[in-house]
Ligand binder design. Structure first.
Ligand SMILES: CC(C)(COP(=O)(O)OP(=O)(O)OC[C@H]1O[C@@H](n2cnc3c(N)ncnc32)[C@H](O)[C@@H]1OP(=O)(O)O)[C@@H](O)C(=O)NCCC(=O)NCCS
Length: 138
């Protein structure tokens, strides 16, 4: 992911209903957060391109002291879905995280997001217990 991708990613991310975690917190990562994030040497943020068009992105974070990685966001353009783009993005992301010291990766998805649940399953993620997302701006 490069600085020039961020505007488009924010535009998409703020509209994607599957990225919304609660009714009180609408929105996505800010431009500033993403600009800071892409400078990280540990976290892996990828885009998939078809020619010069961005058709997907994947965002992760890595907590170096514990080796725990979090799969934060994954998105593929509706016109490019079912072509394994999300699978490839995920596999690249995991490879990059492992190279940076990750030993565990987890991710969350809404319980009604059947496509993402199937993708997690295909990638070998274990389905854990169900939790409520609890959050607060601090
Ligand atoms: C989820 C998403 C990223 C999948 O992208 P994609 O590029 O179409 O996925 P892939 O082609 O790599 O398919 C991966 C697997 O996901 C599952 N899957 C994806 N789309 C599916 C569909 N329409 N029907 C059934 N299974 C589907 C399948 O298991 C598929 O593997 P298979 O084809 O070998 O069975 C895409 O639908 C998306 O961007 N959704 C909106 C954003 C979102 O929900 N992100 C995740 C939030 S946590």
């Amino acid at each position: 992911m490069r600085a020039e991708d961020i505007e488009e990613i924010v535009r998409i991310g703020t509209k994607e209903k599957y990225f919304q975690v609660s009714s009180s917190l609408d929105g996505f990562w800010s431009r500033k957060q993403l600009h800071n994030w892409i400078k990280s040497n540990d976290d892996v943020l990828l885009v998939a391109e078809d020619g010069d068009r961005m058709v997907g992105f994947a965002i992760s974070s890595l907590h170096k002291p514990t080796g725990k990685a979090t799969f934060e966001n994954l998105w593929v353009d509706p016109s490019s879905r079912n072509r394994n783009i999300a699978t490839k993005l995920s596999l690249h992301l995991i490879k990059g995280l492992k190279a940076n010291g990750a030993t565990y990766i987890c991710g969350m998805t809404k319980t009604n997001n059947k496509n993402m649940l199937r993708l997690f399953d295909k990638l070998g993620f274990d389905k854990g217990y169900e939790y409520n997302w609890m959050g607060k701006l601090i």
